[in-house]
Design a protein around this ligand. Sequence first.
Ligand SMILES: [Zn+2]
Length: 81
Amino acid sequence: MAVTILAVVFLGILLLVAFFGFKILGKRTSAPAGQLMERCSICRGEFPKEMLVVRQVGDYKLVNFCRNCILSLYADLGSRN
Ligand SMILES: [Zn+2]
């Protein structure tokens, strides 16, 4: 009997941890469910995949750039000419 109660309590704790874990994850990425998030390779910010420009570097590495970083690169280039 005691073992059954312990098992139920343990299961309850497990469910609570899973629930709050998902809640914290949901807060961290404020994107709607199903939207694929990627990190910008320069500022490390998270953005929806369709908002990033992806370029291949070398044979396999893919690099993502967000709008702000591209504009900042463009400004850097402009300040040299
Ligand atoms: Zn960026």
